[in-house]
Design a protein. Structure first.
Ligand SMILES: Nc1ncnc2c1ncn2[C@@H]1O[C@H](COP(=O)(O)OP(=O)(O)OP(=O)(O)O)[C@@H](O)[C@H]1O
Ligand SMILES: [Mg+2]
Length: 736
């Protein structure tokens, strides 16, 4: 086999790690220094020169996609088929162990994996059966508790419960353990814990695997949790070697139990381990690297390392202060279009953001400009569970006979309507050729539903009727706000602890913002002053139709050239020529919760920013909005402290308004209300411009959509607040 191919593209430090003798190694190095490359080449080296077979090796990656890529790279490097090699995530490898040794693991042969939603369902049912008060012990908190304990390797019997609440939680945990065991169900955390116990408690098996895996290699080691580290320690046999590669500056999963300390423990637990440091970065320009180094130097307690590159310093980092999030999205999408026009590919561009909810405005702008995009590691906005729930309520308000909507929300949030009741409703609807809604009404009035079921269904019907009636006179965004609050959907999702619940609440708030900005293409009523009337059901129907269509637009095909969108967390390990980090604002990034939770969390946010910056190869844009709508309201935003932590000489402020905000009135197709049109063209009204209106007074243009005299403007008036106006009808005078 050709060994030169394996080592020729490595620098001296990388080669040292790749060609090392058989001992434990810790490769501790900054972003883009070739850690993942070293890991892959080490495997190739072991196979090509050290007489190992793929059977002897185990490689742990952070995602399944990374595992697939690793295998492909190896196969290309070696010209071998490596299907038999164990490469995967902690979860997939644990699963493989349990499938093979289901009997020793005390599992039924066809045990089922519970995803997070299934797990919650099991917990809820169980609590109901036990008669546990779910106000005092919210099921989602129970789920959080159980997974947290498992991640620390603790079974219910070993939980040290303090106080009544924790004792209650521990009891739920114990009952949950029992039920999963009875039913052959295994949740994600259980996969790892069970695999660990399997090996620990079955000495022959442990010996077998310890002997088998001569080399264990782990990428992204800084993000392993207690259980994963224990798993690695157990599996590494007396005659095997462990290679861990990682970067303490990129530890971003502390909130999920990852332990940076595992890096320090490594050299204690494996005393013969050699530490290799890589300092040359091959990914980014000098400027990007200097910025990353400067940013991360604000953290304390680092293991300390510098990165350098002998490449060009490249272009400065562009910082764009957008007027608002619409302007921000437009700025980004325009630049991507420009990049494509200049012969670049869309897939070379990545838009990274801190919270999922931020994707909505970006998605809409991309859709509008017909730029294919892919959301990596996540769903499109209108496909997200909480959004679908909210839309289902709205759909029922518009059309009571909407069966999928009815089914989706009749028991969401939980209101004690079980499958038996639902079955009865379905049967009746089927037999009588009615909608579920109609069936429900008739079964109640006919006394065919009894007791709690009858009361709950009745309450549900009344809720929808009341929402319909109360919301009708309200502006659209208030209708949605009313629905989210009165159905308790917001509270329901807020109870889901941790990042997930928080993301769901943020998405629901974003829905209100979306609705508030929603501008039905037509027909709308308009007052004499050119103000668009967004009230009534027509607007809601239009909105729902568009949301459904947005969701129906399939993601770009795998092989289609598409812009890559993802959260900063998901971007770990990846690289792109052109990177945009959007929403670099105080409260958003760093996230408000992290600011409140103190120094450790804030440092984790800074590491996340470091991860974001170091994804960029050639050009990095940081954008922030001066005003951002959250929960339908405009908030003034300050640029993130992270921007001020970057050396000024590396930054270039984009002279925004002049370059980006184009006149709102593009060439008109029709002459229509000629006066206003020519007036607008002459003065070139722009987003961000101050204007005055004879009735509403002075205001500022927040947003503009459409062309010519039909251009719709969102204007925030000092006196009367925000209004949508149609340019061709609105007598506006520019003030600046
Ligand atoms: N010796 C080298 N010569 C040329 N290119 C290299 C070399 N080492 C690494 N690279 C390239 O540099 C880029 C970064 O490498 P890699 O992804 O392995 O870094 P990493 O340390 O794993 O980064 P991260 O911390 O972001 O996971 C890749 O495009 C890789 O191919
Ligand atoms: Mg890597």
């Amino acid at each position: 086999m050709d060994v030169t191919a394996i080592i020729e593209s490595l620098n001296a430090a990388q080669r040292e790690a790749v060609c090392a003798d058989e001992h434990d190694q810790l490769v501790l190095a900054g972003a883009g220094s070739g850690k993942t490359r070293v890991l892959v080449h080490r495997i190739a080296w072991l196979l090509a020169t050290a007489g190992h077979s793929p059977h002897d090796l185990l490689a742990v990656t952070f995602t399944n996609k990374a595992a697939r890529e690793m295998r492909l790279r190896l196969e290309a490097l070696l010209g071998l088929n490596l299907r038999s090699m164990w490469v995967g995530t902690f979860h997939s490898l644990s699963h493989r162990l349990l499938r093979t040794h289901w009997k020793d693991a005390q599992l039924p042969q066809h045990f089922q994996i519970l995803d997070s939603d299934d797990q919650l369902r099991v917990i809820k049912r169980l609590m109901k059966d036990l008669g546990v008060d779910d106000d005092r012990f919210p099921p989602k908190q129970a789920q959080w508790f159980i997974n947290g304990q498992k991640d620390e390797g603790r079974r219910a019997a070993h939980v040290l419960a303090r106080g009544e609440f924790e004792r209650g939680m521990a009891e739920i945990y114990a009952a949950y353990e029992e039920r999963c065991q009875q039913q052959g169900l295994v949740d994600f955390a259980e996969l790892l814990l069970r695999a660990l116990e399997l090996l620990r408690d079955t000495p022959l098996l442990l010996q077998h695997y310890q002997n088998r895996f001569k080399h264990i290699l782990v990428d992204e080691f800084q993000d392993t949790n207690t259980l994963q580290y224990a798993w690695l320690r157990l599996l590494r046999g007396p005659n095997s070697c462990l290679m861990a590669v990682g970067d303490d500056d990129q530890s971003i999963y502390g909130w999920r139990g990852a332990k940076i300390e595992n890096i320090q423990r490594f050299t204690e637990d494996f005393s013969g381990a050699k530490t290799v440091r890589l300092e040359q970065n091959y990914r980014s320009t000098g400027t990007i690297l200097d910025a990353a180094n400067a940013l991360i130097s604000h953290n304390t307690g680092r293991l300390g390392k510098e990165l350098w590159t002998d490449g060009a310093s490249g272009e400065p980092i562009s910082v764009y202060a957008a007027f608002n999030e619409q302007d921000e999205a437009r700025f980004i999408v325009d630049l991507i279009q420009q990049h494509v026009q200049d012969g670049g590919l869309r897939r070379e561009c990545a838009i990274l953001y801190r919270s999922n909810a931020q994707s909505r405005t970006l998605e809409e702008t991309l859709l509008r400009q017909q730029v294919p995009y892919r959301i990596y590691g996540g769903q499109r906005f209108y496909e997200r569970l909480e959004i679908k729930n909210a839309l289902a309520y709205l759909r029922l308000m518009v059309n009571r006979d909407d069966a999928p909507a009815f089914e989706r929300v009749i028991n969401t949030p939980t209101r004690g309507i079980g499958t038996t009741t639902l079955e009865k409703l379905r049967a009746r609807a089927r037999d009588e050729g009615q909608s579920l809604w109609q069936a429900a009404i008739e079964m109640i009035s006919g006394g065919l539903l009894k007791g709690r079921a009858a009361t709950s269904v009745q309450a549900f019907i009344q809720l929808i009727e009341r929402l319909d009636e109360q919301s009708l006179p309200l502006p659209l965004h208030e209708q949605v706000e009313l629905v989210l609050n009165d159905t308790q959907l917001m509270d329901f999702h807020a109870q889901e602890k941790g990042e997930k619940g928080q993301a769901r609440v943020e998405n629901l708030k974003e829905l209100i913002t979306a609705v508030r900005q929603y501008d039905p293409a037509l027909p709308v009523t308009m007052s004499d002053d050119g103000e668009i009337n967004l009230e009534g059901r027509a607007a809601l129907e239009h909105f729902l139709a568009e949301a459904t269509l947005d969701a129906g637009d399939t993601q770009a095909e795998e092989d289609q050239d598409a812009v890559q969108m993802m959260t900063l967390h998901t971007a770990k390990g990846l690289e792109f020529p052109l990177v945009f980090i959007a929403g670099v604002e105080e409260g958003l990034f760093p996230h408000q919760m992290s600011i409140e939770e103190g120094a450790d969390r804030l440092e984790e946010e800074r590491r996340l920013c470091y991860v974001g910056i170091t994804r960029a190869m050639k050009k990095l844009y940081l954008t922030h909005a001066e005003s951002r709508r959250i929960y339908g309201r405009d908030n003034l935003c300050r640029p993130s402290r992270f921007i001020s932590e970057l050396p000024e000489n590396l930054l270039q402020e984009v002279r925004l308004r002049a370059s980006i905000s184009r006149p709102v009135s593009a060439r008109p197709q029709v002459r229509h209300q000629g006066m206003a049109q020519s007036q607008a063209e002459e003065v070139g009204l722009r987003v961000g411009q101050q204007v005055s209106h004879p009735k509403f007074g002075a205001g500022i243009i927040l947003h503009a959509e459409g062309d010519g005299p039909k251009t719709r403007l969102l204007i925030n008036f000092d006196e009367v607040g925000e209004k949508w106006l149609v340019l061709g009808f609105a007598p506006l005078t520019p003030l600046d």
